[in-house]
Design a protein. Structure first.
Length: 204
């Protein structure tokens, strides 16, 4: 909740809601609300209805757990993709970041987070079992760990390596072109693309 009280309670409430969004302070929230006030009622209605439709109808892909309009996402359905490679990422932002590089044509698996005991997030809270099921049922020959180079990312990598080392599958990780402690979604496309192309065997 922002700490400024405006002349309008409606304005105050709207700014407070925008300020709840990550990375949005009270000044930015006010600017966004005032921008919407300049729009026509039809434009604002479309904006609101689009957000409601997104929340009500967005799905999680049954295969890779990425966001999708349908039961299976467009990436998993694309027959031009390499079905023998799975790139393991933390979240949807990382899929978007890697796709922008145009250096990877395989499939993805979105864990939905990283193992972080301090935050109460364990393996059971992530989509790890779904990944193991894909490896057991599919014709996969390479797993690429593309998790953030943070302690939580490394912990998750090591756990996954232990879980899948019994499969006859090549396990690789992004080369260290991605700086230690950085998040994939904030890495420039060239560096991230090179890290994918020059991936290295994962060493436990």
């Amino acid at each position: 909740m922002q700490d400024t009280n405006y002349s309008s309670k409606l304005l105050n409430n709207a700014v407070a809601e925008f300020a709840k969004l990550p990375g949005i302070g009270s000044k930015t929230a006010l600017r966004l609300v005032l921008h919407l006030l300049k729009k026509t009622e039809e434009d604002v209605t479309i904006f609101g209805e689009t957000m409601i439709e997104l929340k009500k109808n967005i799905k999680k892909c049954k295969i890779c757990k990425n966001v999708s309009d349908n039961e299976i996402c467009d990436i998993c359905k694309d027959n031009q993709r390499n079905k023998e490679q799975i790139c393991v990422v933390e979240n949807i932002n990382d899929v978007i970041a890697i796709e922008k590089t145009r250096q990877f044509d395989g499939l993805y698996h979105v864990l939905g987070g990283l193992i972080s005991p301090m935050d109460g997030i364990g393996p059971d809270n992530l989509e790890i079992d779904a990944l193991i099921e894909r490896l057991a049922n599919g014709n996969i020959n390479e797993i690429i760990f593309a998790l953030n180079t943070t302690p939580e990312g490394d912990t998750t990598n090591y756990y996954l390596h232990k879980k899948i080392s019994g499969f006859n599958i090549k396990i690789t990780a992004l080369s260290r072109g991605v700086s230690i402690g950085s998040e994939l979604q904030y890495t420039d496309e060239l560096t991230l693309g090179r890290s994918i192309v020059n991936r290295i065997p994962f060493e436990n």
